[in-house]
Ligand binder design. Sequence first.
Ligand code: IPE
Ligand code: IPE
Ligand code: MG
Length: 247
Amino acid sequence: MNSPKRPGHTGLPGKLPRHVAIVMDGNGRWARKRGLPRPAGHAAGVEALRDIIRACDEWGIGTLSIYAFSTENWARPGEEVSALMGLLLRYFAGEIDELDEKNVRIRILGDVEGLPGPQRDAVCRAMERTGGNTGLNLNIALNYGGRQELLRAARSLMADAATGRFDPGELDEQGFARRLYTGGQPEVDLFIRTGGEVRTSNFLPWQTTYAEMVFNEILWPDYSREAFREDLWIYAGRDRRFGMVRT
Ligand code: IPE
Ligand code: IPE
Ligand code: MG
């Protein structure tokens, strides 16, 4: 765990990640600490998210993947799931103009078909509207599970093999990666989880095999571009060897 006492850089490091993935965790605890219902923490989390997206846009980070709702999160109490689904609709209604204006391209990672109708329509409209944009790639993981993503890729490969469109002997890592929701994007360089838990919770298992992992104690609604900048400095200080040795 990285110490909550942080040095406080003003500028950015020279070496930035191309793809950052964030598990935005700690909303419920943030609300509980204030005697508020958990959904109030999720609403506050949207403010933090806005700041981080703006920072990625301003700092020239190519791809940001955020974990918004996992396949496991359906198991939460019905009231909380409804609140999250309501927030999702408000999020797209409230943010889409700014995102589009900033040239952000939205991609949903996850099973869109499994979302309720209004949410499905809203995310499809957002993807269509921003599909031609060329700025920050914003991947929003919704109804996302890493194992589900791998199974889906395997199923599509098997279906193509069964019809003779694809020879299983020819499959390589690039060919498999193309079948993932993140197909065509670089793999994750920096994986950040806020909220103090040190686990990945089924987020981007294939794409993070060589990511640098940064876990911090900050509850997501308290995360800010200043904290993000410190995490980028931690990343810049890591020695990425990819199995090789430094000579
Ligand atoms: C993360 O915050 C947001 C979602 C899972 C949607 P949590 O709701 O998991 O917050 P904690 O972990 O209970 O504090
Ligand atoms: C991971 O957080 C999912 C999201 C942030 C959307 P959780 O709070 O659901 O994960 P666990 O339960 O701590 O593993
Ligand atoms: Mg949590």
